[in-house]
Ligand binder design. Structure first.
Ligand SMILES: C[S@@+](CC[C@H](N)C(=O)[O-])C[C@H]1O[C@@H](n2cnc3c(N)ncnc32)[C@H](O)[C@@H]1O
Length: 195
C-alpha cells in the first residue's frame, strides 16, 4: 500500500461509523449520489470530483433532504482509487464520464485499462461497478477493458438506479442511446464467463 493509503479507520472517522463504502467518480452536480445516499442510509457514500461548482449543488441537496451519509473527495479520481485499500468498495459508480470524442483525446478518457484494474482491485468480492455513457464508442472501450479484467464479470445491464442527469438529457436529445454496464468482482483465480 502507498504511504498515503486511505484505510478503513479513515472512513470510520469521516462518517462516524463503519458501513459499506460506495464511491461515485465524477458526480457532477451530485443528483445521482444524493438519490443513492437517500435511498441507502445504511451506506457510506463518497463523491469524487474536481468540479467545485458541483460540490455546492450536492451539499445543498443533502442539506435539503437531511442526507448525512455523503462525503466529498475533492481530488483526481484515478489517484484517489489507487490510495484506497484493496477490497474496500461495496459499489463503484461512473455515470457519463467525459467522452473525449476526438481520437487524439481518447487517452484522456477516465475508463481505460489502468482504471479497470484499480477498480477491480478496490471492489470487495461481489461488489458492483456500474457505468453509463451515451457515447457508443466509449461504451465499447469500457466493455473491452472491463472484459479483459480477470477479476470482473459482467457486461451490458439494465439501467442502474440513477436519476436522469443533464448529461443524459443532452445525449438523448442528440439521439444517442444510453448504455449501462455492470460488472461484479469475482473471487481471484476464478475465470469469468465471457458473454
Ligand atoms: C460529463 S460530467 C458527468 C457528471 C455526472 N456523472 C452526470 O451524469 O451528470 C463528468 C464529470 O467527471 C468529472 N471528472 C472528469 N475527470 C475526472 C477525474 N479525473 N477525476 C475526478 N473527476 C473527474 C468532471 O469534473 C465532471 O463533473
Amino acid at each position: 500500500m502507498p504511504p498515503d493509503a486511505i484505510g478503513s479507520a479513515f472512513w470510520t472517522d469521516a462518517f462516524g461509523r463503519s458501513a459499506p463504502l460506495v464511491v461515485e467518480v465524477g458526480f457532477g452536480n451530485g443528483a445521482a449520489l444524493a438519490e443513492l445516499a437517500k435511498t441507502h442510509p445504511d451506506w457510506n457514500c463518497v463523491g469524487v470530483d474536481v468540479y467545485r461548482p458541483g460540490f455546492g449543488a450536492l451539499m445543498l441537496a443533502c442539506d435539503r433532504d437531511g442526507i448525512d451519509n455523503v462525503r466529498i473527495a475533492d481530488t483526481e479520481a484515478r489517484c484517489f482509487l489507487h490510495r484506497l485499500e484493496p477490497g474496500c468498495l461495496h459499489r463503484l459508480l461512473v455515470f457519463f464520464p467525459d467522452p473525449w470524442p476526438k481520437k487524439r483525446h481518447h487517452r484522456r478518457r477516465l475508463v481505460d485499462a489502468d482504471f479497470a484494474t484499480v477498480a477491480a482491485q478496490r471492489l470487495e468480492v461481489d461488489g458492483a461497478f456500474a457505468l453509463a455513457t451515451d457515447w457508443p464508442p466509449y461504451a465499447e472501450q469500457m466493455q473491452a477493458v472491463l472484459d479483459a479484467e480477470p477479476d470482473l464479470q459482467g457486461g451490458p445491464a439494465a439501467r442502474a438506479m440513477r436519476p436522469v442527469t443533464p448529461f443524459e438529457v443532452k445525449g438523448l436529445a442528440g439521439g444517442r442511446p444510453v448504455v449501462d454496464l455492470e460488472y461484479r468482482r469475482i473471487p481471484t483465480g476464478i475465470a469469468p464467463r465471457r458473454r
